[in-house]
Design a protein around this ligand. Structure first.
Ligand code: GLN
Length: 309
C-alpha cells in the first residue's frame, strides 16, 4: 500500500459529501425503544492506521450504542480463553437468516451457526461468564483497554430497554439451555450480553479498538497480544462471511472487507496490515445494517482501490 501518497482526509470528506442524500433513506431501529431515539442525520467516519496516523470526519467523536459490534470483543475474549474448544459450542457458517432468528437452532441441536448472530453471541457470552469472575466489568475494562479510553461507559437507559424488550434473546438463551449449550444461569448470561451491547462508544474508539485484528492479533497502540495470528485470521474470516448477517454476501461483494455491524448504526471494518475503520449512521437497511454506512464503506474501498482482494 503506497501510504504516504494517499490523501485519507480528502477521501473521507468526499465520501461524507456523497452519502449525505442517503441519510434520510434508512430506518432507525426501534425494536428496543431506546434505540429509536437516535438522530438519523448523524454521520461519522474514523480511520486508525497501524502506523499511528488517524483521520476522521463528521460525527466521529459522538457516542452511539455499539450493539452487535461488541460481539467481536466478547468473541475475542472467549476465543482467547477456550481456544478451539469454542467451536464445539458455536459454528462457523453464515446463517442466511436475520440476526435474531430462532429457526435454525432446532435442527442443529442448539448449536448456533456462527458467533455473530444473537444466538451465537449468547453462547459466546456464556463462555465468558462461565470462565471469568465479575464478567461484565471485565469485558468493559477489556474494551476500554482496546480502545485506549477509560471513559467508555454503559448506557443505563439502553440496558434497561434491552432487558425489558429482550424477550427474543431470552427465548434464544432458554432454548439453547434446553440443549445443554448454555452452562451458566440464563439471566446472568443475558445480563452480560445486554451489558456489552449497551456500551456507548464513538467511531474513533471503535476504529482504535479494532486495530489488533488488522495487525495479526497484536494491538499496535499498546503492543499487547490479544490473539495469535492464526486466531486473528479466523475472526477476520468469520467477519467477512458472517459479520453482517443475512447481508454478508452483499457486504463482501460491495465492500470486500471483514466487517461487523450493529443496530445502533455503527459498522467496523478491517484492512489487514493497514488500518481499521468505523462508520456510523443510524438509518438501517432491511437487514439491520447501516444503509449509508455500507455505501460509505463501498465508496472507501472503491476510491482507495484497497480491499482484501
Ligand atoms: N442487542 C441487540 C439485540 O440483541 C443487538 C442486535 C444487533 O446489533 N444486530 O437485539
Amino acid at each position: 500500500h503506497d501510504l504516504p501518497l494517499h490523501n485519507w482526509q480528502n477521501t473521507l470528506e468526499e465520501i461524507s459529501n456523497e452519502i449525505r442524500p442517503l441519510l434520510s433513506k434508512g430506518k432507525v431501529a426501534d425494536y428496543i425503544p431506546e434505540l429509536g431515539t437516535a438522530d438519523k442525520q448523524a454521520f461519522g467516519i474514523s480511520i486508525s492506521l497501524i502506523n499511528g496516523s488517524e483521520y476522521y470526519v463528521g460525527d466521529a467523536l459522538t457516542n452511539f450504542s455499539v450493539q452487535s459490534i461488541s460481539k467481536v470483543f466478547s468473541l475475542t475474549k472467549a476465543f482467547s480463553i477456550l481456544k478451539d474448544d469454542l467451536w464445539k459450542r458455536v459454528g462457523k457458517e453464515p446463517s442466511g437468516n436475520p440476526f435474531n432468528s430462532l429457526v435454525q437452532l432446532e435442527n442443529e441441536n442448539g448449536k448456533p451457526r456462527n458467533p455473530f448472530i444473537n444466538a451465537g453471541a449468547i453462547v459466546v457470552a456464556d463462555c465468558v461468564v462461565s470462565n471469568t469472575e465479575d464478567s461484565l466489568n471485565l469485558i468493559i475494562d477489556y474494551i476500554r483497554e482496546l480502545a485506549g479510553n477509560k471513559n467508555i461507559q454503559l448506557n443505563q437507559a439502553m440496558l434497561q430497554s434491552e432487558k425489558s424488550f429482550g424477550h427474543r434473546n431470552a427465548a434464544l438463551a432458554h432454548f439453547m439451555k434446553s440443549y445443554g449449550n448454555i452452562e451458566s444461569d440464563v439471566d446472568e448470561v443475558l445480563d452480560f450480553y445486554f451489558g456489552h451491547c449497551s456500551l456507548s462508544m464513538n467511531c474513533q474508539d471503535i476504529s482504535r479498538a479494532f486495530l489488533y485484528l488488522a495487525n495479526h492479533g497484536v494491538h499496535p497502540r499498546n503492543n499487547r497480544r490479544y490473539l495469535s495470528a492464526s486466531q486473528a485470521k479466523r475472526i477476520n474470516s468469520l467477519l467477512l462471511t458472517c459479520g453482517t448477517y443475512d447481508a454478508a454476501g452483499d457486504f463482501a461483494f460491495r465492500v470486500g472487507l471483514p466487517g461487523k455491524s450493529g443496530v445502533g448504526g455503527g459498522i467496523a471494518a478491517i484492512i489487514p496490515g493497514l488500518l481499521s475503520i468505523c462508520i456510523w449512521s443510524p438509518g438501517l437497511d432491511k437487514y439491520g445494517n447501516s444503509l449509508a454506512g455500507v455505501k460509505a464503506l463501498e465508496l472507501f474501498t472503491t476510491k482507495t482501490g484497497i480491499s482484501i482482494f
